[in-house]
Design a protein around this ligand. Structure first.
Ligand code: PLP
Length: 377
């Protein structure tokens, strides 16, 4: 039996997405910027996809910038908003952001921006007092992720947004892990910009979008032919955009059933692991976490060793973040929650998706105690 529990790294594209994309790869193959009939047909598909994405966000279609994924959306949000704001050169990010945000902030720092990094508590929740202490009327941008990829913790976006709004500071959220699972109504969230990546919610890899409130100026990062209303040059990938729209709608429609279903599976997994695996501890918040996200440390045993044992039992999971899988460094996220580097290196993450069910949880609960014991030697 093969069990895939690494949906936070990537989720397989949904069949409906592949079916919707196929005509745009084989028949509707024009450039959406071309004035002729073939181009206009592609443009119609692109317009419909953009409108469908905006619909899920409760936003205007023109506010959606299609990108090559979450990384590009984050780069465009942070750099584009920071550079377009004449009021100041001060950025605020959380300590547990994805490198797509953190490294972009560091790049701006090298260009003369001041960056304040706000910490989190042991559960991974943002320190709101620390945020208050660094926020200034001339802050150019605050960027705090909606939900964390490594520990699953969901941030109190409305509370952060209220603080930013009081000072007129634009607020961006990296919603790459939240999209497809949590509410994306941008008005309710109170954000000014939001990034998402299609392959995390059943769309195609290499596709995503940035939503930016129309009142927020954005300087492009990619310069060229002026596509995407001048905000992201390059021929827009219509097929990917269609796939993103279909995947986002399917996820939004299924959310009312999927959230309680995945939450129940997640809770059974967490409770079972904590009860049966010696030295297991949960990372992230116990309840304010992504529906399908269960992440642990296992005292005294390297995460990679546990992964190898678990994989031998037919279960695919991850040691935290796919992006950090090649690095020996302990996770910056776990260090920010106060764990030592030694404990942080024992992290293992199981993330469920739309295809996951009871059998997957059963398989982990059956294999993990022995796998961790074997890894301990
Ligand atoms: N932000 C977060 C929170 C992520 O988890 C990821 C990917 O894992 C990204 C950004 C980058 O997204 P993409 O893979 O589409 O570039």
């Amino acid at each position: 039996m093969s069990v895939y529990l690494d949906h936070a790294a990537t989720s397989p594209p949904r069949r409906e997405v592949l079916e919707a994309v196929w005509p745009y790869l084989t028949q509707v193959t024009g450039n959406p910027s071309s004035a002729h009939e073939v181009g206009r047909t592609a443009r119609a598909g692109l317009d419909a996809a953009r409108a469908a994405i905006a619909d899920v966000l409760g936003a205007r279609p023109g506010e959606v910038v299609l990108t090559s994924g979450g990384t590009e959306a984050d780069n465009l949000a942070v750099t584009g908003i920071a550079r377009a704001d004449p009021r100041g050169r001060h950025l605020v990010v959380s300590a547990i952001e994805h490198p797509a945000v953190l490294e972009t902030a560091k790049a701006l720092q090298r260009d003369g921006f001041t960056v304040d990094v706000v910490g989190v508590d042991a559960d991974g929740l943002l320190d709101l007092d620390a945020l208050d202490a660094v926020l200034r009327p001339d802050t150019t941008l605050v960027s705090v992720m909606y939900a964390n990829n490594e520990i699953g913790t969901v941030q109190p976006l409305a509370e952060i947004a209220a603080r930013c709004r009081a000072l007129g500071v634009p607020f961006h959220t990296d919603a790459v892990q939240a999209a497809g699972h949590l509410d994306l109504d941008v008005a309710a969230l109170g954000v000014d910009a939001l990034s998402a990546s299609a392959h995390k919610f059943g769309g195609l890899r290499g596709a995503g979008f940035l939503w930016v409130r129309s009142a927020v100026p954005l300087e492009p990062v990619l310069h060229g032919g002026g596509q995407e209303r001048g905000r992201r040059s390059g021929t827009t990938d219509v097929a990917s955009a269609v796939g993103t729209a279909v995947a986002l709608h399917l996820a939004a429609q299924a959310r009312a059933q999927e959230v309680p279903r995945l939450t129940a599976l997640r809770d059974r997994l967490i409770d079972g692991v904590l009860a049966t695996v010696e030295g297991a501890a949960l990372t992230g918040h116990r309840t304010r976490r992504l529906p399908g996200h269960a992440s642990f440390t296992f005292a005294g045993v390297g995460g990679e060793t546990v992964l190898a044992e678990v994989e031998a039992a037919g279960i695919t999971c991850s040691s935290g973040s796919a992006c950090a899988a090649d690095s020996d460094d302990a996770s910056h996220v776990l260090l920010a929650t106060g764990l030592s580097a030694d404990v942080a290196r024992t992290a293992v993450r199981f993330t469920l998706g739309h295809g996951s069910g009871d059998a997957d949880v059963d398989a982990v609960l059956a294999a993990l105690p022995a796998a961790v014991a074997a890894a301990r030697g």
